[in-house]
Design a protein around this ligand. Structure first.
Ligand SMILES: *[C@@H]1O[C@H](CO)[C@@H](O)[C@H](O)[C@H]1NC(C)=O
Ligand SMILES: *[C@@H]1O[C@H](CO)[C@@H](O)[C@H](O)[C@H]1NC(C)=O
Length: 383
């Protein structure tokens, strides 16, 4: 008898569960959160064609099919919201902290809108969040240290906002592979970085200090580093370009004063841009030993001495910008042999007989008075 009741109850519960799943009556907390998220957007900035305009809570957010209401802006799995993806409708407002009640969220993408105010700290408690894209909004304030609680995060893009303060310690985020904090107002040094990063972009901020070895030490998968347009100083150390997976490096427009270039043993480096710094020294022949190097810029630094002929014999090299230095002597003639497919510029240096028939030499060399003064009659320029 007891067994019969138990069985009946189980069957009844099972049928109820089936029914619930089929109609997907969204979890009450998720509905509450969605209402708060919409209410945090200024209604006059919700165009009638937009996703948020279709969020009409007389119908259930997760139930299908979406014919008139909840046409877009969210996805569900069963009765839980798993994705919050605003369209680029120009929404003005804030991101409601109640977003943290959507505990099954995997993706948040509200990029290219006009959301402002601080990034709600509560958001960082979301245990399943893999993608957080707040790019191109007006979020301000600092990046809360609680960001290190995002235990499932893989891609984090908060670029093109107005964030200030220092870079948080994200080294405990072992699932993070893509981090973009470019175009903000972040200052201070580079902290320790998460070791599984593949792409690091923090360009156009106010970061300073040198490139610290402990920050990059364990990053064996790092392929792309974008640190241009900051205030970094010091010498670019030899280990930096030797990082094992490195393919693209942009350190342009900083205050670096030197670069150490070691011969690679094995390197995937394709593109290096260290233009517009204050690098003093010879153009190291070791750069030409990077087997895949295709694009190199050292323009507008203070390089002096000759251009090693190895650069003109390097088949992989397609773009070479050495203009705006004090390079001297005759440029290697293989550049002009007709076989070379290198484009770029050798102009605005102290080179002799750079043939103006070559586009590499279109920009004229420095006046000889400037070069004589720079070299002071000796082999290298006065600093
Ligand atoms: C929501 O939908 C109901 C019925 O479909 C409709 O009567 C109501 O006007 C809608 N509300 C808004 C704000 O569009
Ligand atoms: C080239 O690399 C070698 C070995 O890594 C190093 O000892 C040497 O100083 C480098 N030379 C230049 C000119 O950078």
């Amino acid at each position: 008898m007891t067994s019969f009741i138990t069985t009946t109850t189980t069957v009844a519960l099972f049928l109820l569960l089936l029914y619930t799943t089929a109609t997907a009556t969204t979890l009450y907390f998720d509905v509450t959160a969605l209402k708060a998220i919409k209410a945090a957007i200024n209604p006059s900035t919700i165009p009638s064609y937009s996703c948020l305009a279709s969020w009409n809570f007389t119908s259930d957010p997760c139930s299908n099919p979406h014919v008139t209401h909840f046409l877009c802006g969210l996805s569900c799995s069963g009765n839980r919201v798993t994705q919050l993806t605003f369209d680029r409708a120009g929404y003005v407002g804030t991101l409601s902290p109640l977003v943290s009640k959507l505990t099954q969220l995997i993706t948040i993408d509200v990029s290219d809108n006009k959301l402002s105010g601080p990034i709600p700290t509560a958001l960082f408690s979301l245990p399943n969040l893999q993608t957080l894209n707040l790019r191109s909004n007006s979020f301000s304030g600092t990046i809360p240290p609680a960001i290190s609680n995002l235990k499932s995060i893989q891609a984090l893009d908060i670029s093109h906002n107005s964030l200030s303060g220092s870079l948080p310690d994200t080294s405990s985020l072992l699932t993070l592979t893509r981090l973009d904090l470019s175009f903000n107002k972040l200052a201070g040094p580079i902290p320790k970085l998460p070791k599984n990063l593949i792409e690091l972009a923090i360009k156009s901020n106010s970061l300073s200090g040198s490139l610290p070895k402990p920050s990059f030490n364990e990053l064996t998968q790092l392929e792309v580093v974008e640190l241009s347009d900051n205030s970094f100083t010091g010498v670019i150390p030899g280990w930096f370009l030797l990082q094992p997976s490195l393919q693209q490096v942009n350190l342009a427009n900083n205050g670096f004063t030197g670069i150490e270039i070691s011969k690679p043993i094995n390197s995937n480096l394709i593109a290096v841009d260290v233009g517009y710094n204050k690098i003093v020294g010879y153009l190291s022949v070791n750069l030409s030993a990077y087997p895949m190097l295709s694009s190199l810029s050292l323009r507008y630094n203070k390089l002096y001495g000759p251009i090693p002929p190895e650069f003109s014999q390097k088949a992989t090299l397609k773009r070479l910008f050495l203009d705006g230095n004090y390079l001297s002597g005759l440029p290697p003639k293989e550049f002009f042999s007709g076989k070379s497919s290198v484009s770029g510029s050798l102009g605005d240096n102290c080179l002799k007989n750079c043939p103006i028939s070559s586009q590499l030499c279109l920009k004229s060399q420095k006046p000889s008075s400037v070069c004589q003064q720079a070299y002071g009659g000796k082999g290298k320029p006065k600093s």
